[in-house]
Design a protein around this ligand. Sequence first.
Ligand SMILES: C[S@@+](CC[C@H](N)C(=O)[O-])C[C@H]1O[C@@H](n2cnc3c(N)ncnc32)[C@H](O)[C@@H]1O
Length: 218
Amino acid sequence: MINMCQKDDTIAVDLDKYSAPLDLKTLFGRPGPVHLELGSGKGTFLLNQARINPHFSYFGIEWANEYYRYSVDRMRRWQVENVRILRADGRIFIEQYLPDESIDTFHVYFPDPWPKNRHHKRRFFQPAVIAQVARCLVIGGEIRTATDHAEYFEVIKSVLLDDPVSSQRFEPVDFLPANTAAPGEWVGSNFERKIYSTGPPYLYSGDAENLSLLDIYQ
Ligand SMILES: C[S@@+](CC[C@H](N)C(=O)[O-])C[C@H]1O[C@@H](n2cnc3c(N)ncnc32)[C@H](O)[C@@H]1O
């Protein structure tokens, strides 16, 4: 018996093989809408989305090597052809490699809140990074984000909606649950499921006090 699997190197992106700006059509082997998840973790959201929306291309960016390797292997086992995963600091990758107006939706679910003051500079949501995200979004593109960290959510809202440049570009819309989220979920990511399963200090009941959601478009 021969068991044919998609090879790892189709899914795992080796940036050394590409020049900037990255040609997403070449990367995915076809044109069409690209959704990017920043901090894709174990890849649960990406995998489920890719399976249900085969006409969209899904690009996961994950910094942690363990999660990166796990998710690449997972995509290979499921033989999804519309997913690529890169191990990188997404902030640097977006700035240096992503073309203008190339991404339909940025998904940023449960981004690390980096609560200590001296670590705030590591946060994803800060004006310089969001300016790059805005550059890479298509007109009418979206940023969808969720967090269980109240203080960071205030920062996120402020960066997206109060910043003089961002506020001109973005407008909030209702956050609808992902079409792959299970009943009661909003996103259907691994981290959201962990929140449900582990109880305090992560416990939330789906209300805005403990889980904050934002969907904006430009
Ligand atoms: C709390 S986890 C959430 C993972 C996933 N989004 C979910 O909801 O299950 C945050 C993830 O973002 C990744 N991450 C943090 N900063 C990053 C960066 N600058 N670039 C890429 N990944 C990053 C972390 O390694 C981690 O896997």
